[in-house]
Unconditional design. Structure first.
Length: 101
């Protein structure tokens, strides 16, 4: 079973970058989830899907996977490119659309 090592992205519900500094090791799903016909809950017989291990560095996560003979894949995140914005740009002459409420 293949393990994925990555740094989680920030959630849409936060403006800061909390909980994005650590590296995570998770296993890919080995079997598909199925829906219980009586209750409608989803379930799986794959117990490794519940494993979620956090590490301080990428090297520590890779060392753990190699020490335990776990095949792994490292996924790196794209670099952030913040756009410079200013409140005055709302009223600039070069603005393509007129400013409205």
């Amino acid at each position: 079973m293949l393990a994925i090592i990555y740094q989680p992205a920030k959630t849409a519900m936060q403006s800061g970058r909390a909980k994005t500094k650590r590296w995570v090791l998770e296993f890919e799903a080995d079997s598909a989830r199925r829906i219980d016909p009586l209750m409608g809950w989803t379930s799986s017989s794959d117990t490794k899907g519940q494993v979620h291990i956090q590490f301080d560095t990428r090297e520590a996560a890779v060392a753990y996977a190699e020490r335990n003979n776990i095949p792994y894949q490292v996924v790196t995140a794209n670099a952030r490119r913040p756009a410079a914005k200013a409140y005055a740009d709302n009223f600039a002459f070069r603005r393509r659309q007129p400013w409205t409420h």
